[in-house]
Design a protein around this ligand. Structure first.
Ligand SMILES: *Cc1c(COP(=O)(O)O)cnc(C)c1O
Length: 229
């Protein structure tokens, strides 16, 4: 049963060839393995195959896995919608939060980040698909939110995250990802120093890498299809 290991190798090959096609080095793109709905044993198997970074969407489910994998020195990324009553648990247990999309959540994460830990690394989630998706800050509201998050003492703003609407149209996918990169570049011209673009999943990681993704969040291609919730 070396399936997870084989799948990880296949995904890494996809990342490497997308990087080669874009004239980028494969080590510019970090693979975050998304383990939502999968048991701790799946995480352990991936960890044994060398995977270090893991993404989770649901706080309660994640805490169980984080605890049972505590001996493995993994890096945990919170990538799901953030409810404000879950900010403390996220701030205490995760190294990254990719899905910050409003001031209230950012303030609470900063306040709850334990003093003995380094600042929580965060991305702001941007809605680049207009009305077709509801999570993420609108591009127009991004600069103000970025200023706010940047100023919070216990957060370290690293970049932007996006989940464009699923599409078979490769050009549309590229356009969405390109917009994320342009928004990041614009923030950097205004004085921030954001180095992270968290974008691309099992179906569209090539398009995301072509447009500058530095983290891809991949679940299905590593662990198989998820059962409907
Ligand atoms: C589930 C999920 C992923 C992984 O999606 P796959 O299509 O299974 O690779 C990535 N990012 C977020 C935010 C997710 O919720």
């Amino acid at each position: 049963m070396a399936t997870i290991e084989n799948n990880l190798q296949a995904v890494k090959k996809r990342i490497a060839s997308a990087c080669a096609g874009a004239g980028r080095s494969a080590d510019e793109v970090l693979l975050v393995a998304v383990t939502k709905t999968f048991p701790p044993e799946a995480v352990r198997e991936a960890a044994r195959a060398g995977q270090r970074d893991f993404g989770e969407n649901y706080v309660q489910e994640a805490l169980t896995k984080i605890e049972s994998l505590a001996d493995s020195r993994l890096v945990w990324h919170f990538i799901g919608p953030i409810q404000s009553n879950k900010t403390r648990a996220i701030a205490e247990a995760f190294q990254w939060a990719h899905s910050v999309d409003r001031e209230k959540v950012a303030v609470r994460l900063s306040e709850a980040r334990p003093a003995h830990l380094p600042a929580l690394q965060v991305c702001i989630e941007v809605n680049v698909s207009g009305e077709q998706t509801k999570s993420g800050v609108a591009p127009e509201a991004l600069p103000a939110l970025a200023r706010t998050v940047h100023a919070l003492p216990r957060l370290r703003l690293r970049g932007l995250m996006a989940i464009p609407e699923p599409t078979a149209d490769l050009e549309l996918a590229r356009r969405r990802f390109r917009l994320v990169r342009e928004l990041r570049d614009e923030l950097n011209r205004s004085g921030l120093a954001l180095d992270t673009l968290s974008m691309g999943m099992s179906a569209d990681l090539e398009a995301a890498i072509a447009e500058g993704a530095t983290m891809v969040r991949v679940g299905t291609a590593i662990f198989g299809a998820r059962k409907a919730a």
